[in-house]
Design a protein around this ligand. Structure first.
Ligand SMILES: [Zn+2]
Length: 60
């Protein structure tokens, strides 16, 4: 799996969307475990997502 494919799939998963066709969750996890760059990238996406969610929930 290439990092670009991994990151597309991670972004979808963080957003609660289906993984792109041809990307298995197990293969994605295996790539992220072995790829520090994608791990960092996932953390950034998750942090950004939490931040956006906290803004949304604070506006009610
Ligand atoms: Zn990677």
């Amino acid at each position: 799996m290439h990092c670009s494919d991994s990151r597309t799939a991670l972004s979808a998963r963080v957003d609660g969307e289906a993984l792109p066709p041809g990307v298995a969750g197990a293969a994605l996890d295996a790539h992220v475990r072995g790829c520090i760059d994608c791990r960092r990238w996932e953390h950034q996406v998750v942090a950004l997502r939490k931040w956006i969610t906290s803004i949304d929930s604070g506006s009610h």
